[in-house]
Design a protein around this ligand. Structure first.
Ligand SMILES: *Cc1c(COP(=O)(O)O)cnc(C)c1O
Length: 419
């Protein structure tokens, strides 16, 4: 589908007077609409909850909107736990899905009353020694091993790899043993979690995963006597970064999971199991733009457009070769008859937002919108070459603009240095 920015050129030029480029801007109306669609698609399951993957967009202004829409937070570090706490997201509204977890993080998660998702069987003892007990509600992460079969993008593999090569989760045998041990140590309510593939463009990913986990849950409950209360399908639902890609249909996905639920869990007498998700990308990616300005034009062996953003603001193209669509503002209907590399200023040749991209003729001063940067965009930013993180703005439902995070300054960069 044609990608249309959620903000006009005129409005952006106005915004730029107050907040110079580059910046990330997020669309409140779109975020709320997606959250509502997700909740509606899974409304058949009374216990359903989306725990937004905080790492995708760790910005309080965003977490508060999602909290208002009924979402919890999926955290995987101490900072993310503290961020959720400061947004008023605590208790079982927090899922703590981490790996190689430092002890202090389990302490904080337990203090918040978060649901702890154990990445490995050895973490049972580690957790007990760290916090002094085993929580009554506990979750274990499963890794089925082998090869993921659902037709996957290269990029998805770079993020997740095949289950058999991924560092996450427990084997099937370990999962059975873990449930027995946890039960003996006093756990009362159990959950299973698995994450098999990233950025899937298939309405079948969640239903296929759910089918596997539901069958496993029935066996686990029968063999270990553990009371399985929830199944966490984690993240991995993707977005159409390319205009020609199909969109995931969250209603079809919800219905597909329901079908598996009614095939496997309901007949087994487990119809009260809650479904949890931990989507990041699907919730936020389409609702963010990286806005940047063309500042240079260079003709050598290829045609380059230099912009004022760089990979430090959006790393995905540099590290995965990820495609992000670009709209040249004000030239939406002009013919795409120029072939450009659109590049940032890092002294790294991978700092290219687009390679051999057909675009309308770009002039210095043109505003460019880089699409689908709302998740894993700003959050993956870094300070290489002394580049600073940009501001994050919210385009509110009434058209107003709110500053959610100011741009970093050189003083911020210097603040950790010891002279
Ligand atoms: C990254 C991550 C997610 C979110 O993944 P998306 O692909 O953004 O949906 C969810 N859960 C865990 C444990 C993760 O590490």
């Amino acid at each position: 589908m044609k990608k249309i920015p959620f903000v006009t050129r005129e409005r952006l030029e106005e915004i730029c007077k107050e907040y110079p480029t580059p910046f990330h801007i997020y669309d409140e109306a779109g975020i709320r609409a997606t959250a509502r669609a997700v909740n509606e698609a899974f409304a058949w399951n009374p216990g359903f909850k989306e725990y937004f993957a905080v790492k995708a967009t760790p910005t309080p202004g965003i977490l508060k909107i999602l909290k208002e829409e009924g979402c919890g937070a999926d955290c995987s570090s101490l900072t993310e736990l503290l961020l959720s706490e400061r947004c008023g997201i605590t208790g079982t509204d927090v899922m703590f899905s981490s790996n190689e977890t430092p002890a202090e993080e389990y302490v904080k998660a337990a203090e918040l009353g978060a649901i702890i998702n154990l990445d490995d069987i050895t973490h049972i003892d580690f957790l007990e020694q760290t916090i002094g007990y085993i929580p009554e509600t506990i979750c274990c992460r499963y890794n089925p091993g082998g090869v993921y079969q659902l037709g996957e993008s290269n990029e998805g593999f770079q993020v997740m790899d095949n289950p058999g090569d991924a560092k996450y989760g427990m084997t099937r045998a370990q999962l059975f043993e873990a449930f027995r041990t946890l039960k003996a140590k006093g756990a009362k309510r159990f959950g299973i979690h698995a994450f098999l593939a990233s950025n899937t463009i298939s309405n079948d990913y969640y239903p296929a995963l759910a089918g596997q986990l539901f069958e496993l849950a029935v066996e686990l409950e029968r063999e270990t006597g553990a009371d399985i209360c929830f199944i966490n399908l984690s993240g991995g639902v993707g977005v159409d970064y390319r205009p020609e890609q199909p969109k995931n249909d969250i209603y079809a996905i919800g219905a597909g999971v329901r079908e598996q639920f009614e095939r496997v869990l309901t007949p087994a007498g487990m119809g009260d199991v809650a479904i949890f998700t931990e989507m990041g990308r699907f919730m936020l990616a389409p609702h963010g733009h990286l806005v940047t300005r063309a500042i240079h034009e260079k003709h050598i062996y290829k045609e380059y457009i230099g912009v004022d953003a760089c990979a430090a603001n959006l790393m995905r193209p540099a590290i995965y070769g990820a495609y992000h669509h670009i709209t040249v503002m004000g030239k939406e209907d002009a013919p795409c008859d120029h072939r450009y590399d659109v590049v940032g200023s890092l002294c790294e040749n991978c700092d290219k937002f687009a390679v051999d991209r057909m675009l309308p003729e770009i002039e210095r001063g043109d505003l460019l919108v880089i699409h689908d940067t709302g998740a894993h965009g700003f959050s993956m930013g870094y300070n290489y070459n002394g580049r600073l993180r940009s501001a994050e703005l919210l385009l509110q439902e009434d058209g107003g603009v709110e500053l959610m995070r100011r741009a970093e300054t050189v003083e911020d960069y210097f603040a950790t240095l010891v002279w």
